[in-house]
Design a protein around this ligand. Structure first.
Ligand code: GLN
Length: 231
């Protein structure tokens, strides 16, 4: 590890529930992001204090320097690069739409006319939904948490949710009552973010640690733990 991060404790913001990247299991925060962060911290000799703030709250906390970094399945985008510095990408993602498992009416965006969909405040899913909402005549309601978004689709207060496809796929495989009906929209890969120009040593240590984890197989082991078929 680098001298400048050795022995330091960094406060890191994350989302509340964004399985398999961060979620609670038996009360403990777990997931791919949490395991990668912890493994990098151990490899580089620093400590982390993770705050499960919610996605837009975590970004706001970062902008206000209330946290040192954010790891939250956060997509690296050109717009965000204006205000944050990102690590090397660590997971490929993008947006997709899902509806209730029992829904036989919504088969594509053209079936959304006059309807309401949900997406997460400040997310790529929200930006994408808004970018096509006029063309297809639907309304986008923004919510702060994935769990609430999925609930509103199941209860019928919204007909569809726009969220990241690895997260939708994981939830659907766990039987969350949704199904995807449209193609994936490839988007930015996930990266760890610090405030622009701040915490440069932390960012460098994250990148060094990530490279190390990829080289020694630990990175793949973490992904397999959450994503591999249980066969
Ligand atoms: N990847 C999406 C984004 O960065 C959503 C992240 C999230 O909901 N935690 O906007």
């Amino acid at each position: 590890g680098s001298d400048s991060v050795e022995g330091k404790t960094y406060v890191i913001g994350t989302d509340t529930t964004f399985a398999p990247f961060e979620f609670r299991k038996d009360g403990e925060l777990t997931g791919i992001d949490m395991d990668i962060l912890q493994a990098i911290a151990e490899d580089q000799g620093f400590k982390v204090e993770v705050r499960s703030l919610g996605f837009s709250a975590a970004l706001a906390a970062l902008s206000a320097n209330q946290v040192d970094g954010v790891i939250a399945g956060m997509s690296i985008t050109d717009e965000r690069k204006e205000i944050y510095d990102f690590s090397e990408p660590y997971f490929e993602s993008g947006v997709q739409m899902a509806v209730s498992q029992n829904d036989e009416d919504i088969k594509g965006y053209e079936d959304l006319d006059g309807k309401t969909v949900v997406a997460k405040t400040g997310s790529e899913g929200e930006a994408y939904a808004k970018s096509v909402s006029k063309e297809y005549g639907f309304k986008v309601k923004s919510l702060d948490q994935s769990a609430t978004m999925y609930e509103s689709v199941k209860s019928g207060s919204a007909v569809a949710v726009f969220d990241d496809y690895p997260v939708l796929a994981y939830g659907i495989a766990q039987g969350n009552g949704l199904k995807t009906v449209t193609d994936k929209v490839p988007g930015g890969s996930y990266g760890f973010a610090v405030n622009k120009g701040e915490n440069t040593a932390l960012l460098a240590a994250f990148n060094d640690g990530l490279a190390e984890l990829k080289a020694n197989g630990e990175y793949q082991k973490i992904l397999d733990e959450y994503l591999a078929d249980p066969s």
